[in-house]
Design a protein around this ligand. Structure first.
Ligand code: 4AD
Ligand code: MG
Length: 477
């Protein structure tokens, strides 16, 4: 009896009539008698019934919201509704009290913004415990998926000298002092004297190294943090986020789309099969929060129904050119409701992507063959001379969750593109070498991990699915 039992285990095989010992945090406390205790092991709390008259006098004062308690008592069948068993407390030790006058969180619905400012406490709420259990589940499922299919997990570097996306949105890594950096003859900072002997940055993608590995190990994936210094203060962007990047030798763009769809569905199915309680809770939470909304602002389907719907239907597949034509004949286009231009050659904006996914097809859409002008240098040039074998997977409520491509494997074509885009050839010597020696057609993509977690949990802001978000102006915790 001196050994603690985790609450999940206790509820799975309840030792009714026996003495039990549990520890956890107070999730709810009502009628000065019933404590809902949770130790993080699972979604469900154990109810503890306390007769405070039989306890030390000052105990009641210490049993506040989110206080940490160790409780010994007897497990009995519950007479109340809502739980099968409960603990009749005998001994209660307060491991960590909360002074309710000073504790910032309260036992009521609180805004996501407020909880974000208290990220050191927000994981104790039902919502965030569920979100972070699911985040774990999804990352575990990522490894399971690729491992089961014979892929190798590649650890691509976090510090690099290259800009994989060519978008220039990089955080510099240096040991030079900003105010006192050595200069070269032309007066520019002399990175030869920096730690690595050259300018370096935090990686924006592990793809280029993934390609090296794919051309030896065949099928690989990376799953690591990536960093982008883009000044996008939106509910879909983070400065530090995680990306999953499979890279596969011999796959073309169509194999790549099949993989993206199968992989996305696997992650969703894994959560539905193994984390139903957390998903049901999040589903109800959304429905409650939408009660005051106007009908047209509510989501068309509940969370679990949405996830099942995505599983049961094929993703729509269209080309960029088809997408432009559909958009130009859409109602919002004709009524001038799109803020951004819809014209062949211009990138699709979030409003266009959401119309395609939410209004036109009502399911995930894979758009491929984009104009080369706004896509990265490494994408395979199509026969038309205008487009590249790029693909984006767009999800309802979110937009782009996956971006990928068949890679340009022809040395002359790649070199021409690199020069055309003004990328210094010498920085990419090893990448170009892959096309000169033992090259092969290959494809891959990057899934934004937090965007996928956002979709599966139904949360509305990407800052609420990563434990400690980094965004412009914010690196607290
Ligand atoms: O489309 P992106 O930029 O593609 C690449 O980086 C490729 N190198 C991937 C590859 O082919 N191996 O980024 C991939 C995904 C996006 O679709 C999006 O889901 C996510 O990464 N992403 C972000 N997520 C959160 N915050 C940001 N600032 C993001 N930027 C991209
Ligand atoms: Mg993209």
């Amino acid at each position: 009896m001196s050994k603690r039992i985790e609450i999940k285990e206790l509820l799975k095989n309840p030792p009714i009539g026996e003495a039990v010992y549990v520890k956890g945090w107070v999730r709810a406390f009502r009628s000065n008698r019933f404590i809902a205790l949770n130790d993080g092991s699972g979604f469900n709390n154990i109810q503890v019934v306390v007769d405070f008259e039989k306890q030390p006098e000052d105990l009641l004062r210490k049993v506040g919201f989110h206080a940490c308690l160790a409780i010994k008592g007897q497990l009995v069948e519950s007479e109340g509704k809502g739980q099968a068993v409960e603990i009749v407390a005998e001994e209660i030790e307060v491991l960590g009290e909360t002074d309710l006058e000073k504790y910032p969180l309260q036992a009521k619905a609180q805004s996501m913004e407020f909880l974000r400012e208290h990220a050191h406490f927000r994981m104790r709420t039902n919502t965030f415990s569920s979100v972070f259990r699911l985040r774990h589940a999804i990352s575990f499922a990522v490894h399971q998926y690729y491992h089961d299919r014979g892929y190798y997990y590649l650890h691509s570097p976090i510090i690099t000298g290259s800009d994989a996306e060519g978008a220039g949105e990089m955080f510099q890594v240096t040991t030079l002092e900003a105010n006192n950096a050595p200069k070269d003859e032309e007066g520019n900072v002399d990175y030869k004297q920096d730690f690595f002997g050259k300018a370096t940055n935090l990686t924006v993608s592990g793809q280029l190294q993934g390609e090296i590995a794919a051309l030896a190990l065949g099928k690989v994936y990376t799953f690591g943090p990536t960093f982008r210094a883009e000044n996008s203060n939106t509910s879909r962007h983070l400065a530090e986020f995680w990306m999953i990047e499979p890279e596969v030798a011999f796959n073309d763009i169509f194999d790549n789309m099949d993989l993206a769809e199968d992989f996305s569905k696997y992650l969703i199915r894994y959560c539905l099969d193994n984390y139903a309680e957390d998903l049901e809770f999040l589903d109800k939470r959304i429905q409650n929060s939408e009660k005051q909304m106007k009908a047209e602002d509510r989501r068309p389907m509940g969370l679990i129904d949405t996830l099942k719907f995505v599983l049961e239907n094929d993703f729509e597949r269209i080309t960029y050119t088809e997408a432009i034509n559909l958009l130009r004949s859409s109602k919002p286009y004709k009524k001038g409701r799109f803020k951004y231009e819809v014209e062949w050659g211009k990138d699709l904006q979030a409003e266009h992507e959401r119309w395609l996914v939410e209004k036109k097809f009502k399911k995930p859409v894979i758009v491929r063959d984009y104009p080369k002008d706004f896509k990265a240098f490494y994408m395979r040039q199509n026969e038309d001379g205008k487009t590249v074998a790029a693909m984006d997977v767009l999800f309802p409520g979110i937009g782009e969750v996956i971006g990928g491509a068949q890679r340009e494997e022809r040395h002359e074509n790649l070199l021409a593109r690199v020069n055309e885009m003004g990328i210094p050839e010498e920085e990419l010597w090893w990448y170009l070498d892959l096309r000169k020696f033992g090259g092969a057609p290959h494809s891959g993509f990057g899934m934004g991990f937090e965007r996928m977690v956002l979709f599966i949990t139904g949360m509305s802001n990407i800052r609420d699915v990563i434990p400690f978000p980094r965004t412009p102006g914010n690196a607290e915790f």
